[in-house]
Design a protein around this ligand. Sequence first.
Ligand code: FAD
Length: 235
Amino acid sequence: MSDASAYPVDETNRVKRLHERGSYDRATVHAILDAAALCHVAYVVDGRPYCTPTLFWREGETLYWHGSSASRMLRNQSEGEPACVTVSHLDGLVLARSGFHHSVDYRSVMAFGHARIVTGDEKLRALAAMVDRFYPGRWASLRPATQQEIKAARVIGMAIEQASAKVRDKGIVDDEEDYALPIWAERIPVHNVLGAPEPCPRLVAGVERPAGLAGFREGRTLEDALREAHAAMRP
Ligand SMILES: Cc1cc2nc3c(=O)[nH]c(=O)nc-3n(C[C@H](O)[C@H](O)[C@H](O)COP(=O)(O)OP(=O)(O)OC[C@H]3O[C@@H](n4cnc5c(N)ncnc54)[C@H](O)[C@@H]3O)c2cc1C
């Protein structure tokens, strides 16, 4: 019986190596996606693989990314081409007592689907969501997009057909006999932390930083800010 809370699994997305780290649970996959701003989109053109880093955002089961209409990546993702979107978070450096057990803690997702060009009202909505996903409510406060700008942008959508998450979060794991060795071992947490915002030097006098940007403050992790922004975007 299929489980609606998980993605279907077959040879495409079944985690084989260290499969105990794998998950197909939609909530787990979404949480890893929503904590990221960047993804890598992999696709094949004339038998050659390309893997392009780009901003992305999620709405339900659809991932969106955008770029120039002239971009090769976007031109080649227009005809229902198969694509694989990956996201990864490096959470910790793991220094064990042997080279073999040096590792990293991480969370990652591989999502599979077919890319399609987003047009019409969905494109306008997606372009607004691209801003609001990061900075909720900001689109409405901006100078409206011109027809030329809208034309120059291409938006790609990909319904997630299958996905897998893989998580390592166990720090140091050495062979039992190695714990007695006089060798230093440690885990170094890794965080992507925001710096102090730098207001544009050409701001018009009296323009204040919008209250909605309060989540983006110095010292906070990027993923906390993104997660909060994503939750605020939900209807
Ligand atoms: C930051 C980071 C660092 C890593 N460093 C190493 C390393 O140094 N050495 C190493 O061997 N591995 C590392 N990994 C794990 C690596 O991504 C692969 O999971 C692993 O190498 C197995 O690859 P495979 O092609 O044999 O996967 P298989 O298990 O054969 O892949 C089958 C399917 O499993 C799923 N899958 C596999 N890997 C992932 C993943 N990472 N996230 C989500 N789904 C996945 C996909 O759906 C894939 O199609 C790292 C991962 C991250 C995120």
